[in-house]
Unconditional design. Structure first.
Lengths: 115, 117
C-alpha cells in the first residue's frame, strides 16, 4: 500500500521570504501522480501544483515549484515570495496512474505567514 | 461554470441515526470521489464513482455507502451513526473523459460538516 508522510506539522515564514514544505512517499509503482493541495480556513481544497512521475522536469506554477526526487521518493513544495494569503494547511497527495481518482494524502503541514 | 456543491453544509445527528449527504459535480464531470477528514485520521478516501459505477473503495465499514445517478450527482449514506463518524466530508469531481483518469485535476466541494452526538 502507498503511504505519504509530511514530517512538518507546522511551518512559519516571513512575508516575502521562501519556504519549503517536505513530503515523502512510499510506493512500489513506477507510474503515478503527485499533488500539493492547499486548504485555507474556509476548508475549500485547492490544487496548487501537480507532477507526473515519468516527467523528470520539476513542475512550477508561478511562485510555487516542486523538487521531485523519484529515487528518493521525495516531493517538496517551495513557495517563493510568500504572501499572507498563502497561510493555510498544505497537503501532499499521491495517486496511482490508471483509472481511479483515489488520492492518498499526507497528514498536512500548517503554514503561517508573518507580516 | 459552477463549482462542486455539497448539501447540506452542516448536519447534526445522534448516534444510531442514518444520514445522506449529496454532491453535485461540475457540469460535464463524470467522476465523483468522497473523502472523510478528521483531526485524528486526516483525509481518508471513502469511494469513487464513475458513470454510475463504484470504481474504487477505501477501507471503511459497510455502514458507509454511496451511489451515483445518471446526471453524475452522487450521494453517500452512513447508517447507524457512531460518535467517530463526526467529520468533514469532502466530495471531489473530475472530468476524466476517457475514463482513464490521467492527471485530471480533482475539484473539491466546500464539504459537509457532520456532528454526531
Amino acid at each position: 500500500a502507498q503511504t505519504v508522510t509530511q514530517s512538518q506539522p507546522e511551518m512559519s515564514v516571513q512575508e516575502a521570504e521562501t519556504v519549503t514544505l517536505s513530503c515523502t512517499y512510499d510506493t512500489s509503482e513506477s507510474d503515478y501522480y503527485l499533488f500539493w493541495y492547499k486548504q485555507p480556513p474556509s476548508r475549500q481544497m485547492i490544487l496548487v501544483i501537480r507532477q507526473e512521475a515519468y516527467k523528470q522536469q520539476n513542475a512550477t506554477e508561478n511562485r510555487f515549484s516542486v523538487n521531485f526526487q523519484k529515487a528518493a521518493k521525495s516531493f517538496s513544495l517551495k513557495i517563493s515570495d510568500s504572501q499572507l494569503g498563502d497561510a493555510a494547511m498544505y497537503f501532499c497527495a499521491y495517486r496511482s496512474a490508471g483509472p481511479g481518482g483515489k488520492l492518498i494524502f499526507g497528514q498536512g503541514t500548517e503554514l503561517s505567514v508573518k507580516p | 461554470k459552477a463549482g462542486v456543491t455539497q448539501t447540506p453544509r452542516y448536519l447534526i445527528k445522534t448516534r444510531g441515526q442514518q444520514v445522506t449527504l449529496s454532491c453535485s459535480p461540475i457540469s460535464g464531470h463524470r467522476s465523483v470521489s468522497w473523502y472523510q477528514q478528521t483531526p485524528g485520521q486526516g483525509l481518508q478516501f471513502l469511494f469513487e464513482y464513475f458513470s454510475e459505477t463504484q470504481r474504487n473503495k477505501g477501507n471503511f465499514p459497510g455502514r458507509f455507502s454511496g451511489r451515483q445517478f445518471s446526471n453524475s450527482r452522487s450521494e453517500m449514506n452512513v447508517s447507524t451513526l457512531e460518535l467517530g463518524d463526526s467529520a468533514l466530508y469532502l466530495c471531489a469531481s473530475s472530468f476524466d473523459p476517457s475514463g482513464t483518469s490521467g492527471i485530471n485535476e480533482q475539484f473539491f466541494g466546500p464539504g459537509t460538516r457532520l456532528t454526531v452526538l
